[in-house]
Design a protein around this ligand. Sequence first.
Ligand code: ADP
Ligand code: ZN
Length: 294
Amino acid sequence: MKYYGALEAGGTKMVLAVMDENGETVRQESIPTKTPEETMPEMLAFFRAYTITGMGIGGFGPLNLDRSSPEYGHIMETPKLPWRHFPLLQAFRDGLGVPVGLDTDVNAAALAEARLGAAKGKESCLYVTVGTGVGGGVIIHGKPVHGLLHPEIGHITVAPVPQDPMPGGICPYHAHCLEGLASGPAIEKRWGISGRQLPPEHPAWEIESAYLAQLCANAMLTFSPEMIILGGGVMQQKFLLPRIREKTLKLLNGYIAHPAVSEGLEHYIVTPGLDTRSGITGAWLLAREAENEQ
Ligand code: ADP
Ligand code: ZN
Protein backbone atom coordinates (compact mmCIF):
# COMPACT_ATOMS: atom_id res chain seq x y z
CA MET A 1 0.00 0.00 0.00
CA LYS A 2 1.24 3.48 -0.87
CA TYR A 3 0.86 6.43 1.48
CA TYR A 4 0.51 10.13 0.80
CA GLY A 5 0.84 13.22 2.96
CA ALA A 6 -2.00 15.72 2.81
CA LEU A 7 -1.99 19.15 4.42
CA GLU A 8 -4.72 21.72 4.68
CA ALA A 9 -2.71 24.76 5.69
CA GLY A 10 -4.91 27.36 7.35
CA GLY A 11 -4.13 30.62 9.06
CA THR A 12 -5.32 29.34 12.43
CA LYS A 13 -4.78 25.59 12.14
CA MET A 14 -2.96 23.01 10.10
CA VAL A 15 -4.83 19.80 9.30
CA LEU A 16 -2.37 16.99 8.63
CA ALA A 17 -3.33 13.62 7.24
CA VAL A 18 -1.62 10.50 6.00
CA MET A 19 -3.88 8.81 3.46
CA ASP A 20 -3.44 5.61 1.52
CA GLU A 21 -3.76 5.14 -2.23
CA ASN A 22 -7.51 4.57 -1.88
CA GLY A 23 -7.97 7.82 -0.03
CA GLU A 24 -8.54 6.16 3.34
CA THR A 25 -7.21 8.24 6.21
CA VAL A 26 -4.53 6.43 8.21
CA ARG A 27 -3.90 9.21 10.66
CA GLN A 28 -5.11 12.78 11.02
CA GLU A 29 -4.20 15.58 13.36
CA SER A 30 -4.76 19.30 13.76
CA ILE A 31 -2.15 21.63 15.15
CA PRO A 32 -2.29 25.41 15.67
CA THR A 33 -0.56 27.55 13.05
CA LYS A 34 2.22 29.39 14.87
CA THR A 35 5.41 30.53 13.11
CA PRO A 36 7.19 28.52 10.39
CA GLU A 37 10.05 27.94 12.84
CA GLU A 38 7.71 26.28 15.33
CA THR A 39 5.17 24.65 13.06
CA MET A 40 7.31 23.27 10.20
CA PRO A 41 9.29 20.83 12.40
CA GLU A 42 6.05 19.56 13.98
CA MET A 43 4.50 18.96 10.56
CA LEU A 44 7.59 17.27 9.13
CA ALA A 45 7.78 14.96 12.15
CA PHE A 46 4.15 13.94 11.61
CA PHE A 47 4.77 12.93 8.00
CA ARG A 48 8.21 11.38 8.59
CA ALA A 49 6.59 8.71 10.76
CA TYR A 50 5.30 7.15 7.49
CA THR A 51 6.92 6.27 4.19
CA ILE A 52 5.02 8.61 1.93
CA THR A 53 5.50 8.79 -1.82
CA GLY A 54 4.02 12.22 -2.41
CA MET A 55 2.84 15.27 -0.52
CA GLY A 56 -0.06 17.59 -1.36
CA ILE A 57 -0.84 20.97 0.15
CA GLY A 58 -3.95 23.11 -0.04
CA GLY A 59 -2.74 26.34 1.47
CA PHE A 60 -3.95 29.75 2.57
CA GLY A 61 -2.80 32.37 0.17
CA PRO A 62 -2.01 34.27 -1.69
CA LEU A 63 0.42 31.73 -3.11
CA ASN A 64 2.85 31.95 -5.98
CA LEU A 65 1.71 29.13 -8.28
CA ASP A 66 3.69 30.23 -11.34
CA ARG A 67 6.00 27.32 -12.05
CA SER A 68 8.40 29.51 -14.03
CA SER A 69 8.88 31.95 -11.14
CA PRO A 70 11.89 31.70 -8.81
CA GLU A 71 9.38 32.19 -6.01
CA TYR A 72 7.13 29.32 -7.10
CA GLY A 73 5.58 27.68 -4.05
CA HIS A 74 6.11 30.66 -1.78
CA ILE A 75 3.38 32.28 0.30
CA MET A 76 3.00 35.89 -0.84
CA GLU A 77 1.70 39.09 0.79
CA THR A 78 -0.29 37.43 3.55
CA PRO A 79 -1.42 39.35 6.61
CA LYS A 80 -0.07 36.37 8.61
CA LEU A 81 3.32 38.05 8.87
CA PRO A 82 5.57 35.16 10.02
CA TRP A 83 4.50 33.25 6.89
CA ARG A 84 4.99 36.10 4.44
CA HIS A 85 7.36 34.96 1.64
CA PHE A 86 7.78 31.56 3.28
CA PRO A 87 8.83 28.89 0.71
CA LEU A 88 6.11 26.43 1.70
CA LEU A 89 6.51 23.95 -1.16
CA GLN A 90 10.31 23.86 -0.89
CA ALA A 91 10.19 23.36 2.88
CA PHE A 92 8.23 20.14 2.39
CA ARG A 93 10.19 18.98 -0.66
CA ASP A 94 13.51 19.45 1.14
CA GLY A 95 12.18 18.17 4.45
CA LEU A 96 10.56 15.00 3.12
CA GLY A 97 12.40 14.33 -0.14
CA VAL A 98 9.19 13.56 -2.06
CA PRO A 99 7.38 15.38 -4.88
CA VAL A 100 5.05 18.07 -3.53
CA GLY A 101 1.88 19.42 -5.14
CA LEU A 102 0.54 22.79 -4.06
CA ASP A 103 -2.57 24.81 -4.70
CA THR A 104 -4.80 27.15 -2.75
CA ASP A 105 -6.94 25.56 -0.03
CA VAL A 106 -10.07 26.37 -2.01
CA ASN A 107 -8.70 25.19 -5.38
CA ALA A 108 -7.80 21.91 -3.65
CA ALA A 109 -11.33 21.65 -2.24
CA ALA A 110 -12.83 22.49 -5.64
CA LEU A 111 -10.67 19.81 -7.26
CA ALA A 112 -11.86 17.20 -4.77
CA GLU A 113 -15.50 18.19 -5.29
CA ALA A 114 -15.05 17.99 -9.08
CA ARG A 115 -13.34 14.58 -9.01
CA LEU A 116 -15.08 12.86 -6.11
CA GLY A 117 -17.75 15.09 -4.62
CA ALA A 118 -20.86 17.02 -5.59
CA ALA A 119 -19.53 17.93 -9.07
CA LYS A 120 -18.17 14.45 -9.84
CA GLY A 121 -18.16 13.89 -13.58
CA LYS A 122 -18.30 17.60 -14.35
CA GLU A 123 -15.52 19.49 -16.07
CA SER A 124 -16.05 22.72 -14.16
CA CYS A 125 -17.24 23.98 -10.81
CA LEU A 126 -16.88 26.76 -8.29
CA TYR A 127 -16.27 25.88 -4.64
CA VAL A 128 -16.72 28.64 -2.09
CA THR A 129 -16.14 28.56 1.63
CA VAL A 130 -17.96 31.11 3.77
CA GLY A 131 -16.19 31.11 7.10
CA THR A 132 -13.52 33.26 8.73
CA GLY A 133 -12.98 34.57 5.22
CA VAL A 134 -14.71 33.97 1.91
CA GLY A 135 -12.59 32.05 -0.57
CA GLY A 136 -13.34 30.38 -3.86
CA GLY A 137 -11.63 27.75 -5.97
CA VAL A 138 -12.41 27.33 -9.64
CA ILE A 139 -12.12 24.22 -11.80
CA ILE A 140 -12.31 24.60 -15.57
CA HIS A 141 -11.63 21.72 -18.00
CA GLY A 142 -11.03 19.54 -14.95
CA LYS A 143 -8.14 21.66 -13.65
CA PRO A 144 -7.79 24.37 -10.99
CA VAL A 145 -7.61 27.85 -12.51
CA HIS A 146 -4.42 29.82 -11.87
CA GLY A 147 -4.08 32.45 -14.56
CA LEU A 148 -2.48 35.70 -13.51
CA LEU A 149 -2.34 34.59 -9.86
CA HIS A 150 -5.33 32.52 -8.79
CA PRO A 151 -8.96 33.50 -8.32
CA GLU A 152 -9.64 35.63 -5.23
CA ILE A 153 -13.37 35.51 -5.62
CA GLY A 154 -13.97 36.40 -1.96
CA HIS A 155 -12.89 39.94 -2.71
CA ILE A 156 -15.20 40.72 -5.62
CA THR A 157 -17.09 43.97 -5.30
CA VAL A 158 -20.75 43.49 -4.53
CA ALA A 159 -23.55 46.03 -4.42
CA PRO A 160 -24.43 46.91 -0.81
CA VAL A 161 -27.88 45.69 0.15
CA PRO A 162 -30.17 48.68 0.98
CA GLN A 163 -31.18 47.36 4.42
CA ASP A 164 -27.56 46.57 5.42
CA PRO A 165 -26.60 48.57 8.56
CA MET A 166 -22.89 48.00 7.73
CA PRO A 167 -22.72 48.51 3.95
CA GLY A 168 -18.97 49.23 3.91
CA GLY A 169 -17.99 45.82 5.21
CA ILE A 170 -14.83 45.05 7.20
CA CYS A 171 -12.22 44.19 4.57
CA PRO A 172 -9.10 46.30 5.16
CA TYR A 173 -8.49 46.43 1.40
CA HIS A 174 -11.90 46.99 -0.17
CA ALA A 175 -14.86 49.27 0.51
CA HIS A 176 -17.57 46.68 -0.05
CA CYS A 177 -16.22 43.34 -1.10
CA LEU A 178 -17.97 40.04 -0.52
CA GLU A 179 -15.62 38.85 2.26
CA GLY A 180 -15.91 42.18 4.05
CA LEU A 181 -19.70 41.89 4.00
CA ALA A 182 -20.52 38.18 4.20
CA SER A 183 -17.77 36.38 6.17
CA GLY A 184 -18.46 35.03 9.66
CA PRO A 185 -16.57 37.93 11.28
CA ALA A 186 -18.56 40.43 9.14
CA ILE A 187 -21.83 38.98 10.45
CA GLU A 188 -20.50 39.17 13.99
CA LYS A 189 -19.33 42.77 13.58
CA ARG A 190 -22.63 43.86 12.06
CA TRP A 191 -24.88 42.34 14.74
CA GLY A 192 -22.53 42.13 17.72
CA ILE A 193 -23.18 38.40 18.03
CA SER A 194 -21.94 35.29 16.26
CA GLY A 195 -23.95 33.99 13.32
CA ARG A 196 -24.30 30.76 15.29
CA GLN A 197 -26.66 32.57 17.67
CA LEU A 198 -28.82 34.38 15.12
CA PRO A 199 -32.22 32.75 14.52
CA PRO A 200 -33.45 32.02 10.97
CA GLU A 201 -35.91 34.91 11.00
CA HIS A 202 -33.22 37.49 11.90
CA PRO A 203 -32.65 40.14 9.18
CA ALA A 204 -28.98 39.09 9.12
CA TRP A 205 -29.81 36.16 6.90
CA GLU A 206 -31.72 38.10 4.25
CA ILE A 207 -28.66 40.32 3.92
CA GLU A 208 -26.25 37.37 3.97
CA SER A 209 -28.14 35.46 1.30
CA ALA A 210 -28.42 38.60 -0.85
CA TYR A 211 -24.61 38.93 -0.90
CA LEU A 212 -24.02 35.27 -1.61
CA ALA A 213 -26.61 35.39 -4.39
CA GLN A 214 -24.62 38.17 -6.04
CA LEU A 215 -21.59 35.91 -5.95
CA CYS A 216 -23.52 33.05 -7.56
CA ALA A 217 -25.08 35.20 -10.26
CA ASN A 218 -21.72 36.85 -11.04
CA ALA A 219 -19.97 33.47 -11.28
CA MET A 220 -22.65 32.16 -13.64
CA LEU A 221 -22.36 35.28 -15.77
CA THR A 222 -18.55 35.36 -15.90
CA PHE A 223 -17.17 31.84 -16.20
CA SER A 224 -20.33 29.75 -16.20
CA PRO A 225 -19.34 26.87 -13.88
CA GLU A 226 -21.42 23.71 -14.21
CA MET A 227 -22.04 23.71 -10.47
CA ILE A 228 -21.61 26.04 -7.49
CA ILE A 229 -20.73 24.42 -4.17
CA LEU A 230 -21.06 26.46 -0.99
CA GLY A 231 -19.33 25.28 2.17
CA GLY A 232 -17.75 26.69 5.35
CA GLY A 233 -19.06 27.40 8.84
CA VAL A 234 -21.66 30.00 7.90
CA MET A 235 -23.31 27.61 5.43
CA GLN A 236 -24.07 25.31 8.38
CA GLN A 237 -27.20 27.46 8.61
CA LYS A 238 -29.19 25.16 6.38
CA PHE A 239 -31.98 27.62 5.63
CA LEU A 240 -29.48 29.85 3.78
CA LEU A 241 -29.11 27.70 0.68
CA PRO A 242 -32.74 27.92 -0.56
CA ARG A 243 -32.73 31.67 0.06
CA ILE A 244 -29.52 32.06 -1.94
CA ARG A 245 -31.01 30.07 -4.82
CA GLU A 246 -34.16 32.17 -4.80
CA LYS A 247 -32.25 35.46 -4.80
CA THR A 248 -29.86 34.25 -7.50
CA LEU A 249 -32.85 33.47 -9.72
CA LYS A 250 -34.20 36.96 -9.11
CA LEU A 251 -30.88 38.56 -10.01
CA LEU A 252 -30.56 36.52 -13.20
CA ASN A 253 -34.14 37.41 -14.08
CA GLY A 254 -34.51 34.72 -16.72
CA TYR A 255 -31.36 35.72 -18.56
CA ILE A 256 -29.63 32.34 -18.43
CA ALA A 257 -31.76 29.84 -20.26
CA HIS A 258 -30.67 26.45 -19.00
CA PRO A 259 -32.56 23.58 -17.32
CA ALA A 260 -30.32 24.02 -14.22
CA VAL A 261 -31.87 27.46 -13.80
CA SER A 262 -35.43 26.62 -14.77
CA GLU A 263 -35.35 23.75 -12.26
CA GLY A 264 -34.80 26.35 -9.54
CA LEU A 265 -31.02 25.81 -9.01
CA GLU A 266 -31.64 22.96 -6.58
CA HIS A 267 -29.04 20.76 -8.20
CA TYR A 268 -26.84 23.66 -9.21
CA ILE A 269 -26.13 25.63 -6.01
CA VAL A 270 -25.38 22.86 -3.53
CA THR A 271 -23.48 21.92 -0.39
CA PRO A 272 -20.17 20.00 -0.57
CA GLY A 273 -20.44 16.33 -1.46
CA LEU A 274 -17.42 15.55 0.71
CA ASP A 275 -18.85 17.45 3.68
CA THR A 276 -15.92 18.96 5.57
CA ARG A 277 -13.33 16.75 3.86
CA SER A 278 -13.13 18.55 0.52
CA GLY A 279 -9.91 20.40 1.41
CA ILE A 280 -7.92 17.50 2.80
CA THR A 281 -9.13 15.20 0.01
CA GLY A 282 -8.01 17.81 -2.51
CA ALA A 283 -4.57 17.87 -0.90
CA TRP A 284 -4.43 14.08 -1.31
CA LEU A 285 -5.30 14.44 -5.01
CA LEU A 286 -2.51 17.01 -5.38
CA ALA A 287 -0.06 14.59 -3.75
CA ARG A 288 -0.96 11.87 -6.24
CA GLU A 289 -0.63 14.26 -9.15
CA ALA A 290 2.78 15.43 -7.92
CA GLU A 291 3.91 11.81 -7.71
CA ASN A 292 2.71 11.10 -11.26
CA GLU A 293 4.39 14.21 -12.65
CA GLN A 294 7.86 13.51 -11.28
P1 ADP B 1 -12.43 28.64 8.87
O1 ADP B 1 -13.02 29.54 7.83
O2 ADP B 1 -11.61 29.38 9.87
O3 ADP B 1 -11.75 27.46 8.29
P2 ADP B 1 -15.18 28.01 9.53
O4 ADP B 1 -15.52 27.66 8.13
O5 ADP B 1 -15.79 27.18 10.62
O6 ADP B 1 -13.62 28.01 9.75
O7 ADP B 1 -15.60 29.52 9.75
C1 ADP B 1 -15.59 30.15 10.99
C2 ADP B 1 -16.54 31.36 10.92
O8 ADP B 1 -17.83 30.89 10.56
C3 ADP B 1 -16.68 32.08 12.23
O9 ADP B 1 -16.74 33.48 11.95
C4 ADP B 1 -18.01 31.59 12.80
O10 ADP B 1 -18.68 32.59 13.52
C5 ADP B 1 -18.79 31.22 11.55
N1 ADP B 1 -19.61 30.05 11.81
C6 ADP B 1 -19.18 28.81 12.13
N2 ADP B 1 -20.21 27.96 12.31
C7 ADP B 1 -21.33 28.69 12.10
C8 ADP B 1 -22.72 28.40 12.14
N3 ADP B 1 -23.16 27.18 12.44
N4 ADP B 1 -23.57 29.41 11.85
C9 ADP B 1 -23.12 30.63 11.55
N5 ADP B 1 -21.84 30.98 11.50
C10 ADP B 1 -20.94 30.02 11.78
ZN1 ZN C 1 -11.75 42.54 0.21
